[in-house]
Design a protein. Structure first.
Length: 501
């Protein structure tokens, strides 16, 4: 009965007209940025954070969530039609989806992606409903030692699943942690790393870091390497799959949903990893493996279901533990903090309308995305004709206006430029900025729980090992680190991420 009452509360919030409007706006923007290569959900959400400050907390998170899972839908459109993935998680979809389009089956490929995504998103939301509340209840028993160990495990997993070398990913985590320490000391109030700059007396502006490192840096990188998008696309017809298509796609959709639901919870790149894992599984299980790479419908159904399921279940650790599974979830946590909400297991009890309203909105959002993606295919493809040199300066101006509107302080614009240059430099040196943002968000919480645990234990560092849950989490972190450093695993990991890039 409690579950039904909670869902009823969630639906009453999600189905309010203004929340439906912002959910639709989020899905529309998500589809748009998924279609346009070079503008990912992380950059878009980062640039929209200033706007969310004027919205109700539930409304702002509903819109931001729509952008995130909407981008997973939109990324498949250009991947299938012009072999240009709008999202990194859609890179695998392009392998067989584009070949289906070349054989005159673009409509079937798009319908397969949309239907698989809808099924996966719906099922993953049910999983979120079932597992998020018990996990939040269990997390209420966590002390500071357990939270510290959990965050250590999360950061280790982020390093393991990050692109590029492990050393660079670790360095980015450390840099993020250091940025998170800038400002007043938690207990003494003494200034740290502020260098006498008054604007740093409190802390580094989270929005400036997010927009600069992801938004501005990504735009600069894409302006430098503009992709040729002058591709003519024939009119898409025959959207509905045949009976044989449905038979071939049904089990890949189910398996992809299961894989994505599990891997999406992992810190790092769960949705991306899920799409690659699904493709590998379908190729191994197929009776016709020779068709993969030549237009196998299984190669579209499985990965698209996996990445959308992963996108939905990545909300589980964010909503229940306050731990981000990926950079987008880190931004969602940032949005909650900006709204004055403390992320963690207390959200379900202190803000039930927000918690259940956000979950219920995902069902409405998934339905909106099916209606948005298939009928408007022609519009999305025509958007690809907008030149980067017109599109991106407009986005940069929008980002600058948004940053300035927060405090009406020109210093924030200097911060935006600084972190934009930093993010661009990191990309040029092959460093992924995602671990930096995770470290920046988790750094203050990590320090708080570390120091609180040490105060409670009167300086006894063994508290992290004598408490069973804390010790288990630390052992898991060590095991993950050892596995990733094994030569065979390290080589396989590099091959996967090279293929993705």
């Amino acid at each position: 009965m409690d579950l039904l009452a909670n869902l009823s509360l969630g639906l009453s919030v999600a189905l309010q007209p203004h929340n439906l409007m912002f959910a639709f706006l989020g899905c529309l923007l998500g589809t748009l940025i998924g279609v346009l290569p070079g503008i990912g959900p992380t950059a878009t959400i980062a640039m929209l954070l200033p706007i969310t400050m004027g919205l109700d907390p539930a409304t702002s998170l509903i819109m931001l969530a729509g952008i995130y899972y909407g981008a997973q839908y939109g990324g498949s459109t250009t991947a299938i039609l012009i072999n240009l993935p709008g999202e990194s998680s859609s890179a695998v979809t392009a392998i067989d989806g584009y070949q289906m389009a070349r054989r005159g089956r673009a409509g079937v490929a798009l319908a397969t992606a949309a239907l698989g995504s809808f099924f996966a998103g719906t099922v993953a939301t049910f999983i979120l409903v079932l597992f998020a509340p018990p996990l939040a209840a269990a997390a209420l028993n966590f002390g500071s030692a357990e939270y510290f160990s959990l965050m250590v495990l999360g950061l280790v997993m982020a390093v393991a699943l990050a692109h590029g070398s492990i050393l660079k990913a670790t360095a980015m985590i450390v840099v993020g942690l250091l940025f998170g320490l800038v400002g007043a000391d938690l207990y003494s109030g003494a200034q740290r790393f502020s260098f006498g700059i008054p604007e740093l007396a409190d802390e580094v502006n989270f929005v400036a870091v997010a927009v600069g490192v992801f938004g501005i840096a990504e735009i600069l990188r894409n302006l430098e390497n503009e992709t040729n998008r002058d591709v003519m696309v024939k009119k898409v017809t025959s959207l509905w799959p045949t009976r044989d298509d449905f038979r071939r796609m049904s089990m890949p959709v189910v398996r992809g949903t299961a894989l994505g639901s599990i891997l999406g919870v992992l810190p790092g790149g769960g949705a991306i990893l899920a799409s690659f894992a699904s493709y590998s599984v379908e190729k191994r299980l197929s009776n016709r493996p020779e068709e993969f790479g030549k237009g196998a419908i299984e190669g579209v159904a499985g990965p698209e279901s996996a990445n959308n399921a992963g996108a939905q279940t990545s909300f589980i650790p964010m909503l229940t533990l306050g731990i981000p599974a990926n950079p987008v979830m880190a931004l969602m946590i940032g949005a909650m903090i900006i709204q004055g909400i403390v992320p963690g297991p207390n959200v379900v009890n202190q803000n039930p309308g927000l918690f259940w309203g956000l979950i219920a909105s995902m069902w409405a959002g998934n339905l909106m995305l099916v209606l948005l993606n298939l009928p408007l295919i022609g519009l999305w493809v025509r958007l690809l004709t907008i030149p980067y040199y017109l599109l991106f300066p407009a986005i940069m101006a929008f980002a600058a206006i948004g940053i300035y509107s927060i405090n009406s302080n020109t210093y924030d614009l200097y911060s935006l430029a600084l972190f934009g240059a930093l993010g661009y430099t990191l990309v040029r040196f092959g460093c992924e900025p995602a671990p930096l943002l995770l470290g920046f968000v988790l750094g203050p919480m990590l320090e708080e729980h570390l120091r609180r645990a040490m105060i409670i234990s009167r300086g006894d560092a063994t508290v992290f090992l004598t408490r069973p849950i804390s010790a288990t989490l630390l052992v898991l972190a060590v095991i993950v680190l050892v596995i990733v450093l094994l030569p065979s695993v390290k080589k396989k990991r590099e091959e996967v991420f090279v293929e993705e890039d």
